[in-house]
Design a protein around this ligand. Structure first.
Ligand code: NAD
Length: 461
């Protein structure tokens, strides 16, 4: 069995080896999952929900293990892991359990019983940026819907998936209902996405790989749920509280070193208020301190890999070459951080919305400021990328901000800093994806609808 070499991004050196599964292993795992899934689908939903709740309690007890499993391959400062990575994952396990109990498994529509049945074997393929949360976003709703799951975590961050599986086993999940398949995308990922025994492929990752996954799944007419990239805009209307809006936006670009699909990486500012916004953005990003996972003063760690660092730097160089003006940050390692994959939090202004730095997902702590000429222009620019994952609108008049939010072609919008809602649907318009995670919507994605027509002579209720 070939292995995966895990690299510590704070040091730029390998720290662990994990076995990698082959395409043949995937074959065997799909067959075993189908078998285990039959019994699991018959377990009452309240019992399935109980497993999730107990698993969340067990993960709470194993926080120290989770912090290590996440920080070692990701590099996020240790003190930030619980807030940035664990809270939402554990919360989602619990909220999914609660919502499942409210899901109508069967309802009457005219002369039909309309049933929601488990969709079958689920292949969950996840990225490295929020590894535990991405796994939970798929595993929790799929399990509670009654499906067996094959989880292929990113080859860069596979460790926490094993802790999740152990916690679910302790919580009473029968053997074989969840199996972790560490491996590469090229081998294990492809084998899962194109496997005829898989009923739902739930993928989170880049738009480029999402297209390949959708094509593989299409060959067997398998449902593909895709959570893909983003290039989200924060729109400041002319009466916005600029300081509050820019601080909110900057936080999303700094957290997790900018490696967040919903990061608000484009700041759309009325031309008349550009100087004010630039000043606030420079203050926020220049104050954000990159550092080692053990540095208690670090606000962000390195990016995940040498390749990712080179990609981010490539964007910074290309943005400058295209005529945009970096007003803080720039290429090269931050002072004193020559080992590891660190980048400098960077703000560009003078950005044309057609530039590559305004169109492409950079996945690093890089913010671009774009001037707009009023509400219509701002909406046009915000919607003017291939993506539609998230967004924000700020105005002194909350109803005016809401009117603009309703016009945007994006899956999520925060009005005046409205916080993330873990039970609201999450997903993308356009090339940001297909389908929704979170809440009841996320559970329903793992069900099939069946209509049973009864004779009209029969009274049904
Ligand atoms: P990636 O697309 O490189 O990899 C994601 C997963 O797909 C990994 O497990 C990988 O092994 C697997 N994979 C790679 N090639 C494959 C193939 N040909 N067939 C099947 N599987 C394959 O993404 P990444 O670099 O791990 O993550 C970063 C990306 O994820 C960013 O674009 C980010 O925006 C996106 N993301 C989206 C969301 C969302 O909810 N919309 C959330 C987090 C991250």
């Amino acid at each position: 069995m070939a292995g995966l070499t895990l690299v510590d991004p704070c040091a730029g050196e390998p720290f662990a080896e994990v076995p990698a599964v082959s395409a043949a292993d995937v074959d065997a795992a799909v067959a075993a999952a189908a078998k285990a899934g039959t019994d699991w689908s018959r377990v009452p939903i309240a019992e399935r929900a109980g497993v999730l709740r107990r698993a969340a309690d067990e993960l709470d007890r194993r926080r120290a293990d989770l912090v290590e499993a996440i920080t070692m391959p990701l590099g996020l400062p240790r003190r930030l892991v619980p807030g940035v990575q664990l809270a939402s994952a554990l919360g989602t396990l619990r909220s999914t359990a609660e919502l499942a109990e409210r899901m109508a498994e069967e309802e009457v529509v005219g002369n039909s019983y309309v049933r929601r049945e488990p969709a079958g074997v689920v292949a969950a393929i996840t990225p490295w940026n929020y590894p535990l949360m991405q796994s939970v976003n798929k595993v929790a709703p799929a399990l509670v819907a009654g499906c067996p799951v094959l989880l292929k975590p990113s080859e860069l961050t596979p460790l926490d998936a094993f802790v999740l599986a152990e916690a679910l086993a302790v919580a009473g999940l029968p053997e074989g209902v969840l199996r972790v398949l560490p491996g590469t995308g090229r081998e294990a990922g492809r084998a899962l996405a194109g496997h005829p025994g898989v009923d739902v492929v739930s993928f989170t990752g880049s738009t480029e790989v999402g297209r390949q996954v959708a094509a593989l799944a299409a060959a067997t007419v398998t449902r593909a749920l895709l959570e893909l990239g983003g290039k989200s805009a924060s729109i400041l209307l002319d009466d916005a509280d600029v300081a509050a809006a820019v601080a909110h936006c900057a936080r999303t670009v700094i957290v997790n070193s900018g490696q967040t699909c919903t990061a608000l990486t484009r700041l759309l500012v009325p031309r008349s208020r550009l100087a004010e916004a630039e000043e606030c953005a420079v203050a926020a990003l220049s104050a954000a301190r990159p550092g080692h996972r053990d540095d208690p003063a670090a606000d962000l760690g390195p990016v995940i890999s040498a390749r990712q660092r080179d990609t981010v730097e490539g964007h910074i160089l290309a943005g400058t070459a295209a005529g945009a003006r970096p007003i803080t940050g720039g290429p090269g390692a931050p002072e004193g951080l020559d080992r590891g994959f660190y980048v400098r939090p960077t703000v560009f202004t003078g950005v044309d919305p057609r530039m590559a730095i305004a169109q492409q997902e950079i996945f690093g702590p890089v913010l671009v400021i774009i001037a707009h000429d009023g509400d219509d222009d701002a909406v046009r620019i915000a919607d003017g990328t291939p993506y539609g994952l998230s967004g924000a609108v700020w105005s002194g008049d909350v109803q005016r901000a809401l009117r603009v939010a309703r016009r945007l072609r994006t899956g999520q919008v925060s009005v005046n800093g409205g916080p993330f809602n873990p039970v609201a649907p999450f997903g993308g318009y356009k090339q940001s994806g297909i389908g929704r995670e979170k809440g009841l919507y996320g559970i329903e994605e793992f069900t099939e609808l069946k209509a049973i027509q009864m004779p009209l002579s029969e009274e049904i209720s």
